[in-house]
Design a protein around this ligand. Sequence first.
Ligand SMILES: Nc1ncnc2c1ncn2[C@@H]1O[C@H](COP(=O)(O)OP(=O)(O)OP(=O)(O)O)[C@@H](O)[C@H]1O
Length: 515
Amino acid sequence: MTCGTQELCVFQSLDKGGAEQLTFEDVRELLQNENPGLAGDEEALKQEFARIDGDKDGILSKTEFLAYFFDIGEATKLGVEVTKAGLAKASVFARLRPRASEGGYKDENVACSKKLEKFTEKALWVSGKKYDFPSVVLTPEKSQQEVYDTIMPVLVDAWVQQCQNVMFFAYGQTGTGKTHTMFGTSESLQSSSQHEDWGLFPRVVDQCLKRLEAVKEGWKEVKYVLTASALEFYCCRAFDLLYQKTPVIIDKDCKPVGMNYMVLDKVSDLATFVEEVYGNRTVKATKMNAGSSRSHVALILTLHQFGDDPTTDPPKKDQYTSTTFTMMDLAGSERVSKTGAERMSGMEAIMTVAKGGDIPTGAQATLINFELSALSSEVIIATEQHTKGKVYKAPKSMSTDTIKFAGGCFEGKALLGMVICISQASQNGWETWFSCEMASKLAQLKAPSGKEKIRNLHKEYAAALKVAEKAQREFETTPEKGSPASKFYSLRKGAAHGARRYCEILETLGAKVSG
Ligand SMILES: Nc1ncnc2c1ncn2[C@@H]1O[C@H](COP(=O)(O)OP(=O)(O)OP(=O)(O)O)[C@@H](O)[C@H]1O
């Protein structure tokens, strides 16, 4: 919904006096660039200026400027690669961790069953096999800014101004730089102004906030709220990391129902968010150790926007949309032999959880491996279906919440991006090979790019109030203890809370009960 940010920034940079008035002199160069045929022909340029100057007062207002220089078609065009049939391709990258001179990532020169042999900016070679799945291989010397510039701009455009959801997987063996790539240093997260150590997540937030502030400059009626939520996927199920770790249902549209959130007004708000999320995680980040349990974390940025829809003519009033940018911090695969896990297949684990049992700690690594391989195989099935023009639906039963949630991008409800972080050390050859195998499968995804619906804000609010009332009733009639229904107590508590919190966002945007 948000369009024209760049054009607005250009207007502001030319409008030196801040009076929102541009003269012919101010825009001469832009006019020449826009009309190369008129370059050097002063008279023709003046005539073009007069044509744009609708009220003929000799200056261009913001509206007149945007009407001419802002190309709505261009702004809403998807930047990711698209097949001839219109399917969006996954954007997958590999980042190599610099060699360490000491500690666990120093090359110990040990023989491993797999070995990273060489790499270029286009491909990686592991044990004789060439992997050319990455759009770009980010070599060890690449800075945080270069990594962002290579991976993110098209995905952020899609999220902020093209009504698309984005799901971005970060994957890598522990210690290979996933935290560094996703967040950067914890000191840098305290900063709200551009910091060279910022990882991808703070940069995405920074870009989003900057653009929306610029848009508000131009279109005063636009309102937005940026929120951050977090889910932990642990033992087949999803839990709200910002609300007492209550269980969260993933619905048939692959979306979590009723999550809590934090409002982000500035980048440094992320420091509190990240601290709380990772502090609440059941499985704290650890060095790889035998039998360690594992979980995935989804960090979900939701951009709620309210304003007129510039893609309709005339622009429709009171429009609302929300789009998500999810960074999925995937747990690493482990060689089961390394973990000493009790043998339990993925299916056995799902059945155990379905019966209300716990998965033994050791078998959690097996479950993670099962989920990672299920994600890889779903991509193949989804791409096959989409390519044949058939509808693909991610598995909703006999599946884990991770697969249901990530299935959204296989169904075409979110664009898929991914970065794998890999080590160059010889002792990590197997993990490097596994990461390449998985990423090369995800890179094959071709799926439709379904836009989020733009809805009327007040109607959305009326529906959200009903959902919240129903969720509250269900929660209030569920006993905390002593009844078979009690097992739903925390699920319904979280759902009621999340539904109410959603109404609050819509109220912030100006939603009212109609009639
Ligand atoms: N590209 C890089 N450039 C400079 N330092 C890096 C890079 N990648 C990782 N490091 C450093 O390596 C160390 C381990 O990185 P990091 O904590 O990001 O790994 P991780 O994959 O998140 O590990 P874990 O899963 O255990 O949390 C950190 O000290 C980090 O600063």
